[in-house]
Design a protein around this ligand. Structure first.
Ligand SMILES: O=C(CO)COP(=O)(O)O
Length: 264
């Protein structure tokens, strides 16, 4: 093989390695009842969704079985939290095994609402991720800085610390999606600009290269979350290191379909 052919071949390999399937998650949070969930599932079932995008809906645990029964197989269901052990005397908790049994394939862990309102530590979230993965669930692991931390110039320090603790517990990243959700952008209508989001995603990828491996850095999908709407999703989706979204408020509305189709 000539040098020029080799360079072109290795260049192509690099491009191939970089392809990460776009993944859009809807996080319904503690919203919905049977009637509202049936409505959302009906609208998603009838929609023309981009088949190149993976779609996951994060449903209240109580409704996982119900939503699973109403959605097509092309849409996965996630729990929004799960405890770090399989069963036992943990009143009020739900285990990954239970979510799986109910039909979920995914679980969202470490959401900032869990971290802030329910005081979940980096360590507990790492343990929950390890257990959920061991039980065969895929994990959307959330990280992100508060407004105070951003204004103090600590964004990278915070997201690297959170990812660092995750990496102590996660040995195989192939069933993990990382969701970067700046706390100041969640439910506030203040989206990070595409440049702000891209900057953090690119920094995370560099951190992954340095601290985990080039392969994980190249293949791990990093979603952006925080006031994503049909109006801002296309520009965000065009950033090279944004591999999907985790959508709160807009995932309860018909515009979620446009967000899923942001790359179409
Ligand atoms: O928390 C979020 C997704 O997990 C984002 O919520 P919003 O899209 O409502 O800002």
């Amino acid at each position: 093989m000539k040098l020029s052919q080799f360079l072109s071949f290795s260049g192509n390999c690099k491009i191939l390695k970089m392809v990460r399937k776009f993944c859009v998650g809807g996080n319904w949070k503690m919203n919905g009842d049977k009637a509202a969930i049936a409505e959302i599932c009906k609208s998603l079932s009838g929609a023309a969704l981009d088949s190149n995008t993976e779609v996951v809906v994060g449903c209240p645990a109580l409704y996982v079985i119900y939503a699973r029964g109403l959605l097509p197989n092309t849409i996965s269901v996630a729990g929004q939290n799960a405890y770090k052990v399989a069963k036992g005397a943990f009143t009020g908790e739900v285990s990954p095994a239970m979510l799986k049994d109910a039909g979920a394939d995914w679980v969202i862990l470490g959401h900032s609402e869990r971290r802030q309102i329910f005081k979940e530590s980096d360590e507990l979230i790492g343990e929950k991720c390890a257990h959920a993965l061991a039980e065969g669930l895929k994990v959307i692991a959330c990280i992100g800085e508060t407004l105070e931390e951003r204004e103090a110039g600590k964004t990278e320090e915070v997201v690297f610390r959170q990812t660092g603790v995750l990496s102590k517990h996660i040995k195989d990243w192939s069933n993990v999606v990382l969701a970067y959700e700046p706390v100041w952008a969640i439910g506030t209508g203040k989206t990070a600009t595409p440049q702000q989001a891209q900057e953090v995603h690119a920094a995370l990828r560099q951190w992954l290269t340095k601290n985990i491996s080039q392969a994980v850095s190249d293949s791990l999908r990093i979603q952006y979350g925080g006031s994503v709407t049909a109006a801002n999703c296309r520009e965000l989706a065009s950033q090279p290191d944004i591999d999907g979204f985790l959508v709160g408020g807009a995932s309860l509305k018909p515009e979620f379909i446009d967000i899923v189709n942001a790359k179409k």
